[in-house]
Design a protein around this ligand. Structure first.
Ligand SMILES: [Zn+2]
Length: 286
């Protein structure tokens, strides 16, 4: 699965084993780098089909149809475009991109298993349930920046279901990538996990607070309306519509597996004991 040409018809046992080994290596590598693995462990080894192409550096794509992750050739072993290179050989920026795409795959996976379950009264995965609530109450109407260079000029948009799901998906993936890049940066000197080193934790939390105040956790969506798409291929969310602190905390806990005491410290830094709930949750969210 990992970088095998699509020509291979059917999944032989060997291919299955290769996918399992490859995925196990990704998780091992991530553990060695003291990076999050909680959501990686929840993904079946053969869920993602990785392909390589000549994309722009740091460009990557995830296509839910076929669960295809297309990465730039520079992320493959010896840039040969066949198999993924070890995580230890990736730059911090490449790991940010990789984790961003892995998160898209994870949300895709949760959606797939939810759709497959036809059990009566079945409960959605906790994160998916939360995502749908947030989609309705935070991403149904958003502020966008029509001109990227002018961050202060914003306009309001009502999003379709597909648009609001994409806006949420991208916003959350931006945060996941950000979290990993900054974890690597603060752990760089000592190679110790920031959960064991209170000083490093402080650095990460400070960086998070600054990024949050600057409104850096913003996603985008591709407009469905052809007229709107003619004006802009992508619409970027404005600072007012960035990731909420509540969403960040849920992602830290449920996706990245950050420790509770770390999250408590972070909330203390924000001066809140608990995160505020989405203001329009009542009635709107399921
Ligand atoms: Zn993305």
């Amino acid at each position: 699965m990992w970088g095998q040409p699509a020509a291979a018809v059917g999944t032989t046992q060997n291919e299955e084993r290769a996918a399992e080994q490859m995925w196990a290596r990704v998780i091992e590598d991530a553990q060695r780098l003291q990076l999050p693995t909680k959501f990686l462990k929840a993904l079946p080894p053969d869920f993602i089909h990785v392909e390589f192409d000549d994309l722009r550096t740091y460009a990557a794509e995830y296509h839910p149809a076929g669960h295809r992750m297309v990465l730039d050739r520079s992320l493959s072993f010896n840039a040969a475009g066949r198999i993924l290179k070890p995580l230890s050989k990736m730059t911090h920026k490449e790991l940010e991109v990789f984790y961003h795409e892995l998160f898209h795959a994870y949300l895709d996976y949760l959606t797939v298993i939810d759709a497959q379950s036809d059990e009566v009264g079945h409960r959605s995965d906790e994160l998916l349930h939360f995502a749908r609530g947030q989609q309705a109450c935070r991403y149904g109407e958003v502020q966008i920046t029509p001109i990227i260079q002018r961050q202060n000029e914003t306009e309001s948009r009502y999003l379709t279901q597909a648009e609001s799901w994409e806006a949420l998906n991208e916003t959350w993936a931006v945060f996941i990538g950000w979290a990993v890049w900054h974890q690597l940066e603060v752990q760089h000197k000592t190679k110790q996990s920031m959960f064991q080193e209170p000083r490093q934790a402080t650095h990460w939390i400070r960086r998070f607070k600054t990024a949050f105040e600057k409104g850096e956790f913003r996603g985008y969506y591709v407009p469905e309306d052809p007229d709107e798409r003619r004006l802009a291929r992508k619409r970027y969310l404005a600072q007012q519509s960035q990731l909420a602190l509540e969403e960040a905390v849920v992602l830290m806990k449920q996706v990245l597996g950050f420790q509770d005491d770390f999250i408590e410290r972070l909330l203390t830094a924000f001066g809140v004991a608990r995160t505020p709930l989405c203001s329009t949750t009542e009635g709107k969210a399921e």
